[in-house]
Design a protein around this ligand. Structure first.
Ligand SMILES: C[S@@+](CC[C@H](N)C(=O)[O-])C[C@H]1O[C@@H](n2cnc3c(N)ncnc32)[C@H](O)[C@@H]1O
Length: 335
């Protein structure tokens, strides 16, 4: 079990498959100049499957989310999903993606055993999309979303970040569109994880702002708090239901006390939190004791992972005056 000193148990594993992305969202990556991880430092497909196996069979992980960077850029993605789907006990598996290329791979991912996807989309306006992501790919994302829904990768959730002066007027339009298309929309407060370190608390759009804007057009009824569990999104029924909208208030209403996550970067480092400033290396242990070698190497790796999680801090530290933004941007941590 991955338990920490506060009694929290991590059952949800986020695995970054690459730090590369085909978009350059302003709140995540710089326009250019970000150094990619060196190829030899990246975990191989076999190493990823081995770590997921250790997590599922020895450490109590029940949910695996593949992310990045952009996980659809990883050539071996379908094979990784297929091999992880054969593990016993069988983990729930999902993907966080920008949707570009999903049109081609959605059916193969479903057949390989993926349960569902979260697709990130911040705007319904192609020109705003181009400004926010610095790429002209709005149509590809919409097509990817449809393909995911048609392939049965459901519920398809849409992650949206609102940025002041760019798309903060779009919340009601986005919700109307999500209801019409049977997507579950979740707004995420912008967090200090941009490569440029330009985040400012007083400039961000808060959960309160988002709800106020949505209520100009919809009646929202908050779900009973017990239904949130360790899920980061607080959810509201839209106009009496059954459609719901979520808000992930990572900054203004953090959910650290119920956090059940552990993270693995594309270069094999365990992170206890998005905002952790320390990482624990698993890649070295993996490569020192290849699969099949004697000496209980899987046990040794599981032990290192457990020790790392035992030291998980109580909270993200965002409200602490001494808060330091992590060195790696969101794209390299795995969002
Ligand atoms: C880092 S991306 C990685 C997966 C994939 N490329 C995607 O677009 O979903 C995962 C999620 O993190 C969100 N994200 C990135 N930087 C963020 C920030 N500074 N604050 C809040 N969310 C952020 C993105 O909007 C996206 O929904």
């Amino acid at each position: 079990m991955l338990i920490d000193t506060y009694g929290r148990v991590a059952t949800d594993l986020r695995v970054s498959l690459t730090d590369r992305c085909n978009l350059r969202c302003t709140y995540c990556m710089p326009e250019e100049g970000l150094q990619w991880l060196a190829k030899p430092d990246l975990l191989t497909d076999d190493e990823i499957v081995r770590l997921v196996r250790i997590a599922v069979t020895r450490l109590g992980i029940t949910e695996v989310r593949f992310t990045g960077g952009e996980p659809l850029l990883r050539p071996g993605l379908v094979g990784i999903v297929e091999r992880c789907a054969q593990l016993e006990p069988h983990p729930k598996m999902s993907l966080t993606t920008n949707g570009i290329g999903l049109k081609r791979t959605a059916s193969a991912l479903k057949a390989a055993g993926l349960d569902r996807v979260n697709v990130s989309l911040d705007t319904l306006r192609p020109d705003v999309f181009k400004t926010l992501t610095r790429r002209d790919r709005h149509k590809d994302v919409l097509e990817g979303l449809e393909a995911a829904r048609d392939a049965g990768l459901t519920p398809v959730k849409v992650n949206t970040v609102l940025m002041p002066g760019l798309n903060d007027d779009e919340a009601p339009d986005l919700l109307a569109w999500a209801v019409e298309n049977a997507y579950e929309l979740r707004f995420i407060e912008q967090m200090p994880l941009d490569a440029q370190h330009g985040w400012k608390r007083d400039g961000m759009i808060t959960a309160g702002d988002i709800l106020q804007s949505l209520r100009t057009r919809f009646e929202l009824t908050e779900e009973a708090s017990g239904e949130r569990g360790s899920a980061p999104a607080e959810r509201w029924l839209v106009d009496g239901g059954p459609h719901r909208v979520g808000v992930i208030a990572s900054v203004t209403r953090p959910f650290c006390s119920a956090c059940d996550r552990t993270r693995l970067t594309a270069d094999g480092q365990v992170r206890t939190c998005l905002f952790a400033t320390e990482e624990t290396d698993l890649r070295g242990a993996l490569r020192a004791a290849p699969e099949g070698s004697t000496g209980g190497s899987d046990e040794a790796i599981a032990r290192i992972w457990k020790q790392a999680m035992w030291g998980k801090k109580a909270g993200s530290g965002l409200d602490d005056p001494s808060f330091l933004q992590p060195d790696r941007p969101m794209s390299a941590i795995g969002g």
